[in-house]
Design a protein around this ligand. Sequence first.
Ligand SMILES: [Zn+2]
Length: 175
Amino acid sequence: MEDQDDVRRVLPDIRRTAADLGFALRNRVKVSLVHPSELGELGPTGARAYGLTELIVVDDRTAQATAVRVMRGLPADLFHRTVAHELGHAWLGETGRRAADAAVEEGLCELISYACLKKLGTPFARSLRDAIVNNPDPVYGDGFRRVHAAVRAHGLARVLTAVSTTGDLPGAGFP
Ligand SMILES: [Zn+2]
């Protein structure tokens, strides 16, 4: 993925998959490709993030995503995986509920990536999905497994309603 033409070619598919899942955005977010140095520091595992969502705070609960930045030069499948994840942060910003904890937020974003990769169906997409499922990280990996389990138990629609109204997964301590 080298330029905005590449982005324009694949972005509608990612938006559609996310919207079909229930992560439709009221405000369209611009996705642009940037140099790795524009994505900040290396994370605790030494892995640099591939994407970043810029949010502006609207009020004490709501944030609006203004832009998604993705590292230039990613293979298309990894671009899908990254943008899908960032659209989750944009959606959460619009819901007006802060997620109960980082694992719920990142887990939900990983779920969108997981679904987008399933649609791609390539061997590389499959390996990226396996990496999501087996990620040992307590926030991203455990978060995904918690959200995925909640979706299996309650259905995606109920999970999204719960997160957008309580900030947490169904049956996680809210009445
Ligand atoms: Zn994230």
